[in-house]
Ligand binder design. Structure first.
Ligand code: SAM
Ligand code: SF4
Length: 352
């Protein structure tokens, strides 16, 4: 696939090949999986510069008229839920709180997504000013990303001294009664040392902590397979302070494996995206902020829906194009295969 500037893959404007696809309503792929979990990126701009995600200078600015509007997002949400069987929706980015119209996006989406969950993944900066409006608009779930509770370490990791701002966002979410409040931490060699403190903090604050193995989606391309921290190494590193036991999956599609801490009732999640890939059970479909369907984090073959939306296509035509895009979803991320290539987009430009 050719790429156009800024690391963005060229979006396919014609329908992808659907030879062999049975006439079914949902987002079925050639490997028998059906996508029901929709991730929508709202922007690739961000208030932080996490080293495992963004370049120090940030990603290039996408012109505002290239971003989907609140109305366009809600129309795609409606098609996804009503016609394609989507039942979980998550807004992400970049940093979704940088969209001034975030509450409007949630509100318009909630109106047309009856029965579906509406979640947000955020770094939490500025959340205290927005949380009430987001909940009133219909937000049902919230994940906040936090890799360390040490201020200096946070500043190094995110290239911004903003830990107090993130903590204000987390406090506001807890006060607003969001339960469970999920906290995402990326597992890196650099974060291993502070991991036990993060677990202690999570237990003390009654939040659900999940560690995620780092994937090769960093703009700096510093990820090296031989040096990445695997889930097993985290379990060993926590052992002097916490005994983890009884790993289990609450739901077969859930990427996180839950481990009891010191025999329970507290637990933490570990998402072993690299070492125990869950691609065979993947039920995700993604929309980039510019309105392309991306069937896999690691697949650069993108299909444009924005052109159809702006060109006056009806819902049936948009649903058909979306189905066709998903039919061609690749079997897996292929990270362990010889010849694996990183995708052109990095995490902040895809939407994690
Ligand atoms: N800015 C928001 C945030 O940080 O929560 C939303 C976007 S961020 C890309 C979504 C999630 O992806 C975050 O939990 C982040 O930690 C995770 N992430 C970013 N880069 C990653 C990488 N290279 N490997 C694994 N997870 C990553
Ligand atoms: Fe921003 Fe989230 Fe990426 Fe960190 S992980 S740089 S907060 S988009």
């Amino acid at each position: 696939m050719t790429t156009i500037g800024l690391g963005m893959p060229a979006a396919r404007r014609a329908a992808p090949d659907t030879a062999g696809r049975p006439e079914v309503a949902g987002l079925l792929d050639r490997h028998g999986r059906v996508a029901r979990d929709l991730r929508i990126s709202l922007t690739s701009a961000c208030s932080l510069r996490c080293t495992y995600c963004m370049p120090a200078e940030g990603l290039p600015v996408v012109p505002r008229d290239e971003l989907l509007t609140a109305e366009e997002i809600a129309r795609l949400v409606q098609i996804g839920v009503r016609d394609l069987g989507v039942h979980d929706i998550r807004f992400t980015g970049g940093e979704p709180l940088l969209r001034p119209d975030l509450a409007e996006i949630v509100e318009r989406s909630a109106r047309v997504a009856a029965g579906a969950s509406l979640a947000l993944t955020t770094n939490g900066i500025g959340l205290e000013k927005r949380i009430e409006a987001l909940l009133a608009a219909g937000l049902t779930r919230l994940n906040i990303s936090l890799d360390t509770v040490d201020r200096d370490h946070f500043a190094r990791l995110t290239r911004r001294d903003r830990l107090p701002a993130v903590m204000r966002g987390i406090d506001a979410a807890r006060r607003a009664g969001i339960a469970p409040l999920k906290i995402n931490a990326v597992l890196m060699r650099d974060t291993l040392e502070g991991a036990a403190d993060l677990v202690a903090w999570a237990i003390e604050h009654g939040v659900e902590l999940r560690f995620i193995e780092q994937m090769p989606l960093d703009a700096d391309e510093a990820w090296v397979r031989d040096n990445m921290v695997e889930a097993a190494e985290l379990v060993a590193a926590l052992a002097p302070r916490f005994a983890l036991s009884h790993p289990h999956r609450d739901d077969p599609h859930a990427p996180a494996e839950t481990w009891l801490v010191d025999g329970g009732p507290h637990s933490i999640g570990i998402i072993a995206s690299v070492t125990r890939s869950f691609c065979a059970a993947c039920d995700r479909t993604r929309l980039t902020a510019e309105g392309t369907v991306r069937s896999c984090l690691f697949g650069d073959d993108e299909t444009d829906l924005r052109g159809l939306l702006r060109g006056g296509a009806d819902d049936a035509a948009i649903a058909d194009r979306w189905r066709a895009a998903m039919w061609n979803k690749q079997a897996g991320h292929g990270m362990s295969l010889e010849g694996f290539r990183r995708p052109a987009r990095t995490m902040g430009a895809i939407g994690g």
